[in-house]
Design a protein around this ligand. Structure first.
Ligand code: FAS
Ligand code: PHB
Length: 389
């Protein structure tokens, strides 16, 4: 099989890239190792920046998000027993949208199917080859039969544990990493959210986040130990711990119910540089990971593929390599700012085992400064709603 671009991975990065390239008339094939249902079954991000929604609109996949997504103008920070609202819209003129990654992925899968584009699911042993030559190719096995895609370019959109980054020679790539000494235990429940906006809680027992997927489906997270196992967290224990970390009003108003999903995710900051290796590009989690505290992971995947699709359009339409030559530097400039912001939010809101009383006081001072300074809250707001693409 021949295609201009072979995309590895049918998560948000791969699917959005596929549609952006299609919109420019650049044919592409996606190779995904799982089934579509498996991809849709992963409960992950929930918050979209305006830029990400704009990209969904650009590829004609934003209609349902506009119908069902919740527009938020602000968020609350809770510490010392009180909640403080940050009016992000007043500070930036922008809003964020609550719309689950599962829904984004489904909308992009439907758009791809309507466009008649090829996605090879359950592709095993996917392997990029010869991306340091002008004739890259990707081999795979489907239903026990060997297959190959010859292409002009390979897009590695295969997430943190994918094959693309792993295929780059060690001397050609530099990795930066910080692993956090805790995880996030997340629960999904068909209960009304405790508040109409998100509440980020700094508490002496640990971080907690109140978010949602709709006004009838809530998503909550509590910081947990990396040694914890999901079996140690029956629903009752989760709700009790969440209540202990919330301010009194939220604890009193919290509506609990049976979990429909419960999982523990480790937290890390990770960046691989560069994001281009000859005719293979990395995008999304294949290249970088952020702790979800800043709600940046999915949104960074979107900005990466926005830049990559522009670069490839320039290559084919204007016969210019300027865009692909600059892709890595352009994407990393935005990635590192989001990595910094996610690290900063995580450092301010979580209980670190070695922080001591001094560290706890510094966190509270930073939070107190944030909610009492226009400049500080504006800085948080412009990063949270998303820096310009
Ligand atoms: P993805 O990992 O989503 O997709 C990669 C795809 O490539 C997958 O479908 C995978 O099956 C496929 N693949 C992997 N190896 C392959 C191979 N060898 N061959 C073919 N296909 C292969 N972000 C937030 O903003 N907020 C959150 O709350 C949040 N929560 C998260 C919770 C968890 C448990 C995880 C893991 C991530 C979370 N994230 C969150 C980040 C997440 O949303 C990612 O940023 C987002 O999925 C990035 O999308 P992709 O880059 O497409 O990577
Ligand atoms: C979510 O809704 O899953 C979510 C929202 C904001 C975050 C992290 C997760 O910072």
């Amino acid at each position: 099989m021949r295609s201009k671009v072979a995309i590895i991975g049918a998560g948000p990065a791969g699917l959005l890239l596929g549609q952006l390239l299609h919109a420019c008339g650049i044919d592409n094939v996606i190779l995904e190792r799982q089934t579509a249902d498996y991809v849709l079954g992963r409960i992950r991000a929930g918050l979209l920046e305006e830029g990400t929604v704009g990209l969904l609109d650009e590829v004609g996949a934003g209609q349902r998000a506009h119908r069902e997504g919740l527009i938020h103008h602000g968020l609350e920070l809770a510490f010392g027993g009180a909640r403080h609202r940050i009016d992000m819209h007043a500070a930036t003129g922008k809003t964020v949208m609550i719309y689950g990654q599962t829904e984004v992925t489904l909308d992009l899968m439907n758009a791809r199917q309507q466009a008649g584009l090829t996605t090879i699911y359950q592709a095993a042993d996917v392997q990029p080859h010869d991306f340091d030559t002008d004739h890259p190719r990707v081999s795979y096995v489907k239903d026990g039969k060997a297959g190959e895609i010859t292409c002009d370019f390979i897009a590695g959109c295969d997430g943190f544990h994918g094959v693309s980054r792993a295929s780059v020679p060690a001397q050609a790539i530099k990795m930066f990493e910080r692993v956090y000494p805790f995880g996030w235990l997340g629960i999904l429940s068909d209960t009304p959210p405790v508040s109409h906006e998100l509440i980020y809680n700094n508490h002496e027992r640990g971080f907690a986040l109140c978010t949602m997927r709709s006004m009838h489906r809530s998503r909550y997270y509590v910081q947990c130990s990396l040694d914890d196992h999901i079996d140690q967290w029956p629903d009752e224990r989760f709700w009790d711990e969440l209540k202990r970390r919330l301010d009194q009003k939220a604890a009193d108003e919290l509506i609990t119910g049976p979990s429909i999903e419960k999982s523990i995710a480790p937290l890390r900051s990770f960046v691989a540089e560069p994001m281009r290796f000859g005719r293979m590009f990395l995008a999304g989690d294949a290249s970088h990971i952020v702790p979800p505290t800043g709600a940046k992971g999915l949104n960074l995947a979107a900005s990466d593929v926005h830049y990559l699709s522009q670069a490839l359009r320039e290559y084919y339409d204007e016969k210019s390599s300027a865009g692909i030559d600059n892709y890595s530097a352009r994407a990393l400039a935005r990635v590192w700012k989001a990595v910094r912001f996610s690290w900063w939010m995580t450092s301010m809101l979580h209980k670190f085992p070695d922080q001591g009383e001094f560290g706890a006081r510094i966190q509270l001072a930073e939070l107190d400064y944030l909610v009492s300074s226009k400049a500080a809250s504006t800085s948080l707001s412009e990063n949270y709603v998303g820096l310009p693409l």
